[in-house]
Design a protein around this ligand. Structure first.
Ligand SMILES: NC(=O)c1ccc[n+]([C@@H]2O[C@H](COP(=O)([O-])OP(=O)(O)OC[C@H]3O[C@@H](n4cnc5c(N)ncnc54)[C@H](O)[C@@H]3O)[C@@H](O)[C@H]2O)c1
Length: 442
């Protein structure tokens, strides 16, 4: 089959590369000339483990273009993978999705299956389908096309593996979609040997938003619990051990810290809240999840001020700027939210990151960028582990402590070994972790 992938970001490029690996002919389309130039030279335009190697596999099945005709005219299936960021109201901003639909409508001359892989609110698939078919009629094309909802669940940092080994594939059909249309899309995923769940489009759209909101709920729950542990003197790590060993609960997405971030969880929670508002159903729990998460960077800055005194004039070094390890994605990064809190309180902020410094220098030029953890630590009053990159978690803390002005470390990901940090002469504090500091006699 020939596939067009529209939007070559974290989801689209991974989709394009993996579909080509599975034997399909794929043409990737994007409007970003810089991205296309990077891809032409064999370079991924962002960091994702394994992607560079995959791009340089010369199969001859994967090409990129900025020309919609080249991508779409010959396609049997078109996969829409453009971004759906939060609008200021919290709703998903669907402008890129509608622009992609308009582009498709200008090019189609024969029946083609369209699938919406972007995360969208309930009703979007139907809306895109109606829009596309109206446009085709206006153009005088005597064809009708189905649009299927086909949300993607991959995680940045593990995107290739997640795509190739999904827990499930979800396909949502509109009334117009035939069994043949669903079959054509399913065929693409059959080699993955994952369950293919076919449902109505509204349900498929909600599955994606609901899954991310549930994961976010676990994180906000454990962060709220950590705050109670701080207030009561209980150890959050012990409490988690006691809860997570229950197989009904488990330990995934259950570590306290500075809060969730990235391009999905925050916006998908906000989108679910907005969907509730639109349909007269207040999403009380999702609102609380969002509120707890938004408060986390401020809570941490508050703890830092309690431990260090006034933050004004202090130099704080952030170890990690990406929203999580193994990505250069800084969208809604908790590290950057903390940086803003610290700046508001008058601190000087220096940061380092193995992959994300270029993006940070562009987006937040006021943050001083250090080339390494050691250079970030030099002269700092405090270190904060903001992203649990393995290189930072396993740092030689004695070396870092030796170049600091004051030996404080705040573990915003509860990922460090407190005993190692304390043995290196650092005063250690985790999230929900006044107790470890006291217990270790630091
Ligand atoms: N990033 C993730 O981890 C992840 C995981 C699952 C689902 N999703 C969802 O997938 C979608 C894409 O996310 P992403 O992180 O890949 O976004 P992204 O911002 O990284 O990439 C979007 C790409 O689409 C391109 N684009 C925008 N409008 C276009 C148009 N009209 N024609 C052609 N190209 C266009 C942009 O130039 C960009 O390269 C979102 O809805 C997101 O919620 C993301």
């Amino acid at each position: 089959m020939q596939i067009a992938v529209i939007g070559l970001g974290y989801v689209g490029l991974v989709t394009a590369v993996c579909m080509a690996r599975l034997g399909q002919r794929v043409v990737g389309l994007d409007t970003d000339a810089g991205k296309l130039a990077a891809l032409e030279s064999g370079e991924p335009p962002f960091y994702e483990p394994g992607l560079s190697g995959e791009l340089n596999q010369e199969t001859g099945r994967l090409t990129f273009t900025g020309d919609p005709a080249v991508a779409i005219r010959e396609a049997d299936v078109v996969l829409i993978c453009v971004g759906t960021p939060s609008a200021p109201s919290g709703e998903a901003d669907l402008r890129a999705v509608m622009a992609a639909a308009a582009t498709i409508a200008e090019q189609l001359t024969r029946p083609t299956v369209i699938a919406l892989r972007s995360t969208v609110p309930v009703g979007t698939t139907e809306k895109v389908e109606a829009f596309l078919n109206d446009r085709l009629q206006i153009r005088g094309e005597d064809i009708a096309v189905p649009v299927l909802a086909n949300p993607e669940f991959l995680r940045t940092g593990r995107a290739l593996d997640d795509f190739l080994r999904p827990s499930r594939v979800v396909i949502g059909r509109t009334q117009r979609a035939t069994d043949q249309d669903v079959g054509a899309l399913s065929t693409l995923y059959r080699p993955l040997n994952a369950p293919i769940l076919v449902m109505d489009a509204a349900s498929a759209e909600l599955v994606k938003n609901a899954a991310n909101t549930y994961l976010a709920t676990r994180i906000s729950f454990v962060n709220e619990l950590a705050a109670l542990c701080e207030a009561t003197g209980a150890s959050v790590e012990s409490v988690i051990d006691g809860i997570a060993s229950d197989p009904r609960i488990g330990s995934d997405y259950f570590r306290p810290g500075i809060g969730y971030g990235g391009s999905c969880l925050p916006k998908d929670v906000r989108s679910l809240i907005a969907m509730g508002e639109e349909h007269g159903q207040e999403m009380v729990l999702a609102k609380a999840v969002d509120a707890v998460n938004n408060a986390q960077p401020g809570r941490l800055a508050g703890h830092m001020a309690e431990a260090l005194g006034e933050l004004s004039g202090l130099r704080v070094a952030l170890l990690g700027l990406a929203f999580k390890p193994d990505t250069d994605d800084i969208r809604d990064s908790p590290a950057l939210k903390l940086a803003h809190e610290l700046r508001e309180q008058g601190a000087e902020v220096v940061g380092c990151d193995p992959q994300a410094t270029g993006r940070v220098a562009e987006a937040e030029p006021w943050i001083q960028i250090a080339p390494s953890a050691l250079e970030a630590a030099r002269g700092a009053d405090a270190l904060v582990l903001t992203t649990d990159w393995p290189a930072y978690v396993t740092s030689d803390f004695a070396t870092l402590a030796a170049v600091m002005r004051r030996p404080f470390i705040f573990d915003a990901r509860n990922a460090l070994d407190p005993a190692r940090a304390v043995a290196a002469g650092l005063r250690y504090q985790s999230v929900g972790g006044m107790a470890p500091l006291a217990a270790l006699g630091a």
